[in-house]
Design a protein around this ligand. Structure first.
Ligand code: SF4
Ligand code: SF4
Length: 129
């Protein structure tokens, strides 16, 4: 499962990720991170069986946690299968099938948004469920 965490500037210097990993023994994978003097946010991948405990542990440190399903919505009516998103995606979340139709591998997406802003036909959008 993917968790989106958000923390304020007050706790930005604390080694929260390490503390949560040590406390829960969860193999947390950081997919995306943005941290500055105002605080930060991260998109994490956490095995389902650890999610409840990891969430509880983060909240104990004052971190906001939201379960997310990151999805890129692909509008096949607008898409012309030009392949721009295939070359731009940093995680190879797009490929072409045998009919040269665009195929999305959602499990590889890290919600960076690059494809959304790059698609010349507005065929992609980020959806958070
Ligand atoms: S960039 Fe847009 S139009 Fe081109 S293949 Fe990707 S989704 Fe389709
Ligand atoms: S949002 Fe980023 S990671 Fe996800 S499919 Fe688009 S370019 Fe790839």
């Amino acid at each position: 499962m993917r968790l989106h965490i958000k923390f304020s500037h007050r706790i930005v210097r604390n080694p929260i990720i390490s503390q949560v990993v040590l406390a829960t023994k969860a193999p947390i994978n950081i997919l995306r991170a943005r941290i500055d003097h105002n605080g930060g946010e991260m998109l994490l991948e956490v095995p389902d069986e650890f999610c409840k405990e990891v969430k509880k542990e983060f909240e104990r440190y004052g971190v906001e946690v939201q379960e997310v399903k990151s999805v890129v919505e692909h509008n096949t009516d607008l898409c012309v299968d030009c392949g721009l998103c295939v070359s731009i995606c940093p995680t190879s979340a797009f490929s072409f099938d045998t009919d040269f139709k665009l195929k999305l591998h959602e499990d590889r997406c890290v919600q960076c948004g690059l494809c959304v802003t790059s698609c010349p036909h507005g065929a992609l959008s980020l959806v958070t469920i």
